[in-house]
Design a protein around this ligand. Structure first.
Ligand code: FES
Length: 151
């Protein structure tokens, strides 16, 4: 039985690895040229947590590393809205405009505001040093057991 499954599994695994290699290589190269910046997360209970981020990574990456409650179920592949967050008005234009796909996914999020964004689409630059990201009080989560994915 295993013998029959193996070729298909290997082919699928090779396809997955082939897709991941450029992404992993890009992340390693980015680490060599990234700069440290500070990000302030406003948590659902109103408290604030200042954490260290790096340029060229996303707000979701920083949140995951810093135990900020953002699920990010699709791990940044624009297939969910579990990384919904709010920007401050004055910070909204500091990021690239949302894509049509991001707007579509934001329609699925709870309590959307004018400054809503998906954290996985917010790529940090030096100009974002000190920005505040608010985590909504209600989030759309995919995990039923409270699991928060880490990548
Ligand atoms: S993690 Fe799924 S859209 Fe951001």
């Amino acid at each position: 039985m295993n013998f029959l499954i193996q070729p298909t599994f290997n082919r699928n695994f090779k396809q997955i690895i082939a897709k991941q290699k450029p992404k992993i290589l890009f992340q390693k190269l980015s680490n060599l040229t990234s700069e440290k910046i500070k990000i302030i997360f406003k948590l659902p209970d109103g408290s604030k947590k200042t954490v260290e981020g790096k340029t060229k990574e996303t707000v979701l990456d920083v949140a995951k590393r810093s135990d900020i409650p953002l699920e990010g179920a699709c791990e940044g592949n624009l297939a969910c809205s579990t990384c919904h967050c709010y920007l401050k008005n004055e910070h909204f234009d500091l990021f690239k405009e949302p894509s049509d796909r991001e707007y579509d996914l934001l329609d699925l999020a709870f309590a959307v505001k004018q400054t809503s964004r998906l954290a996985c689409q917010l790529v940090l630059q030096k100009k974002h040093d000190g920005i505040e990201i608010e985590i909504p009080k209600t989030q759309r989560n995919m995990a039923v057991d409270g699991y928060i994915s880490k990548h």
